[in-house]
Design a protein around this ligand. Structure first.
Ligand code: S3P
Length: 168
């Protein structure tokens, strides 16, 4: 089974992806790390030197390479579902799980983690909140296509067991 974890930056995709994959002996991958490995550059470095369109193309290509793998959880970048036909592709290849997180929670987390995230690096704390609201609005039509939508406050260690029981 292929599971794609989706959500805005700071949502906790990697945290839950690692925890759930360990419980179920699934492989865990982080799409940003896969792009970084392939390019030999950090995501911030790719945005700066080669631009966002270049990053999005590599992101899509590496996402598609997961067609050949199985039994994994892939933590996607916050923007992954919103470019090319990525959302449709993920829905046709596996189970998409979107983690929805309230704006104030995202803001608190992202204030502490701005530096390696190129889209928010240069924003003040006030501008960050406005950016999160605007981007979430733009992205809701993609995130809303996920097969499973979870509220971050109600996720626990048993959530994935319930998903497996219900969907697999
Ligand atoms: C992005 C999210 C980042 C990374 C890049 C762009 C976005 O991933 O892919 O900085 O467009 O929301 P995380 O969600 O893992 O931080």
């Amino acid at each position: 089974m292929k599971f794609f974890l989706l959500g805005f930056m700071g949502t906790g995709k990697s945290h839950w992806g690692k925890s759930w994959s360990a419980q179920y002996q699934l492989d865990f991958f982080d799409l940003d790390h896969e792009v970084e490995k392939m390019e030999g550059l950090s995501v911030a470095g790719i945005f700066e030197k080669l631009g966002e369109p270049y990053f999005r193309e590599k992101e899509r290509n590496i996402l598609h390479s997961f067609a050949k793998k199985d039994n994994f959880i892939l933590s996607c970048g916050g923007g992954t579902p919103c470019f090319y036909d990525n959302m449709e592709w993920m829905n046709s290849h596996g189970i998409t799980i979107f983690i929805s997180t309230p704006v104030p929670v995202l803001k608190e987390r992202l204030i502490l983690e701005k530096s390696h995230r190129p889209l928010i690096q240069a924003l003040t704390d006030e501008a960050l909140e406005e950016f999160i609201r605007r981007k979430l609005k733009e992205r809701e039509k993609y995130y809303g296509q996920a097969a499973i939508i979870l509220q971050s406050e109600s996720i626990s260690h048993t959530t994935f067991a319930e998903i497996i029981k219900r969907y697999v």
